[in-house]
Design a protein around this ligand. Structure first.
Ligand SMILES: Nc1ncnc2c1ncn2[C@@H]1O[C@H](COP(=O)(O)OP(=O)(O)OP(=O)(O)O)[C@@H](O)[C@H]1O
Ligand SMILES: CC(=O)C(=O)O
Ligand SMILES: [K+]
Ligand SMILES: [Mg+2]
Length: 564
């Protein structure tokens, strides 16, 4: 494929190219090497550099542009240089499944709605997914939907009847059983989903509910029943995760042989594909193999839309195979809830930092999840420690933050979302003011020459954007790949990502700094830019004189220009 460097004249409406230099001279082009004006108005001589591999003329396209209504409002309110970069995921549950509650979250900045297949019925999940879709269609939001699988780790069953939780007190004896009971359960009885449970535990083992929210010691085994005495009292929630520890280490007997994706999970996945979810998050991933398997399964079934597979890092095995798991997946979640039950709590922050950093290097979006604002389940303000934790995740430049119980069943879901939003904005601003250009080394990740060109273009465009202090980066991308490469650089300015499919646009919602727009565009960058400028100007989202850098994945190029 012949690559050519074109220098084009300043007005985006003039014809291109005016000069063509073939690739071998690229390295020696004095124009290119000296192209570093530190000023916001461009000199009239050159306004754009385009590296192009084709010159196809496009058909004229429809004159509409779609952007998430809440993002548009945020941009107008804060000015687009200050638009929030960190994305927000909210778990939907009984506190937020109503249409009005969902709308309040969308208005509050929810980018992705998560449904957890551990809880609720199929009908309930369907109704939430459809409500989100309806909200998008009727109110102009672009909220994506993430389905999170149950996985087959050991957990408690429902508590019987309509009990929302059960309280275990110090010294009480509770029975954990693999028997099936008719509801209501006998007093102080908990069912366990894993048949091998009673065989695998030993008298003297420590049993942790939800990673230590409640602790028991195993005192007796009677067939399928395991009697335990409570040593650390607390509240047990339905389907809470169970781990058992012996001599200070996590015990993983036969349960480590359980499949990552259970037969129930496969049914849920079929359901998610049929309902057109945007992301499937896989719980307790142990290896890259399961991710590859699921990705080919999804690719064969979900022909029109492309569902992204997110690996949840929440087990010891996932830490052991971290890099290959992240490479295989389309994104990762630092699922600190279960992770903190499998490794000592004091190791969780370092694991988080490592996962966030690796995802950035490998160009996969990463979500930091669980207990970010746990106290807000009950209280309207967060603790100082929680705010510090959220700040740290933003400072690490994670793509997204997630609410769990805070939005699923808490008393203050909207307030919790507001805290995430305002802390994100504040820390991002502080970062830009301090001009902290990070020391993160971004390795080359391209697997082909063509990918390398995209990667070099994005790295250079992001660097130019910082040096020139441009107002925004524009990226025209069909697959979303170029947008993610720009996001990976975490540039100072926001990234307007134009894509022509609704599903790609929704998926870009999870990535740091991207403002996804749906726009029908052609291979002709000049006409794309002109049309985009006039559409955005008409919406009051940009103005004449704004300095932008544009790149595209059809016509591999970097253009620098003032909005006419
Ligand atoms: N669909 C739902 N129906 C009822 N309660 C829910 C639902 N989704 C979440 N919850 C409640 O919110 C809490 C936190 O949700 P979250 O999704 O973090 O689940 P979790 O049980 O902690 O497990 P996971 O490790 O899969 O995240 C749950 O423990 C549950 O009590
Ligand atoms: C989110 C999740 O699954 C966890 O933190 O365990
Ligand atoms: K789950
Ligand atoms: Mg979990």
């Amino acid at each position: 494929m012949a690559q050519a460097l074109h220098l084009i004249s300043p007005s985006p409406s003039s014809s291109l190219p005016t000069a063509t230099i073939t690739k071998p001279s690229l390295a020696s082009s004095p124009r290119l090497l000296s192209f570093r004006p530190i000023r916001r108005r461009l000199p009239s001589a050159i306004s754009a550099i385009i590296v192009s591999d084709n010159g196809k003329t496009p058909p004229e396209a429809a004159a509409t542009i779609e952007v998430d209504a809440a993002t548009e409002a945020e941009m107008k309110e804060n000015g687009f240089r200050s638009t929030r970069r960190t994305k927000l995921v909210c778990t939907i549950g009984p506190a937020t499944c109503g249409e009005e509650q969902l709308e309040a979250l969308a208005v509050g900045g929810m980018n992705v709605a998560r449904i957890n297949m551990c809880h609720g019925t199929r009908e309930w999940h369907r109704s939430v997914i459809r409500s989100v879709r309806r909200l998008n269609e009727e109110k102009g939001f672009a909220v994506a939907v993430m389905m999170d699988t149950e996985g087959s780790e050991i957990h408690m069953g429902d508590l019987g009847g309509s009990a929302p939780s059960a309280r275990a007190e110090d010294g009480e004896v509770w029975t954990f059983s693999v028997r099936a009971f008719n509801s209501p359960l006998p007093e102080r009885t908990i069912t366990v989903n894993y048949d091998g449970f009673a065989e695998d535990v030993k008298v003297g083992d420590e049993l942790l509910v939800d990673g230590g929210m409640v602790r028991f010691e195993v005192i007796e085994k009677i067939g399928p029943d395991v009697k335990c005495i409570c040593t650390d009292p607390g509240l047990m929630l339905p389907r809470a995760n169970l781990t058992f520890w012996r001599d200070g280490s996590l015990v993983r007997e036969r349960n480590s042989m359980l499949p990552t994706i259970s037969s129930k999970d496969w049914l849920d996945i079929d359901f998610g594909i049929a309902e057109g979810v945007d992301f499937i998050a896989i719980s307790f991933v142990k290896s890259a193999e399961v991710i590859n398997h699921l990705k080919s399964y999804v690719a064969a079934r979900a022909r029109d839309s492309d569902i992204a597979v997110i690996a949840k890092i929440e087990s010891i095995d996932s830490l052991a195979n971290l890099e290959e798991i992240i490479r295989a997946s389309d994104g990762a979640m630092v699922a600190r809830g279960d992770l903190g039950a499998q490794i000592p709590l004091e190791q969780v922050p370092a694991a988080q930092q490592k996962i966030v950093q690796l995802c950035r290097q490998l160009n996969r979006p990463v979500i930091v999840a669980s207990q970010l604002l746990e106290s807000m389940i009950e209280y309207p303000t967060p603790t100082r420690a929680e705010v510090a934790d959220v700040s740290e995740a933003v400072r690490q430049r994670a793509d997204a933050l997630m609410l769990s119980g805070e939005s699923a069943m808490g008393q203050f879901p909207d307030k919790a979302l507001t805290v995430l939003r305002s802390v994100s904005l504040r820390i991002e601003k502080w970062w830009r003011e301090e001009k902290r250009h990070e020391a993160v080394v971004l390795p080359d990740i391209a697997s082909s020459f063509s990918d390398s060109i995209s990667e070099e273009i994005c790295n250079s465009a992001a660097k130019m954007a910082n040096n020139l202090e441009v107002d925004a980066l524009f990226v025209f991308t069909k697959s979303g790949h170029m947008a993610s490469l720009l996001s990976r650089c975490r540039p100072d300015c926001p990234i307007f990502a134009f894509t022509n499919t609704t599903s790609v646009r929704r998926r870009l919602n999870l990535q740091w700094g991207l403002i996804p727009f749906r726009l029908t565009f052609s291979d002709d960058m000049e006409s794309n830019l002109n049309r985009t400028f006039s559409l955005l100007k008409a919406r009051g989202m940009i103005k004449s004189g704004d300095l932008i850098i544009a790149v595209s994945d059809m016509l591999q190029s970097i253009q620098v220009m003032n909005v006419p």
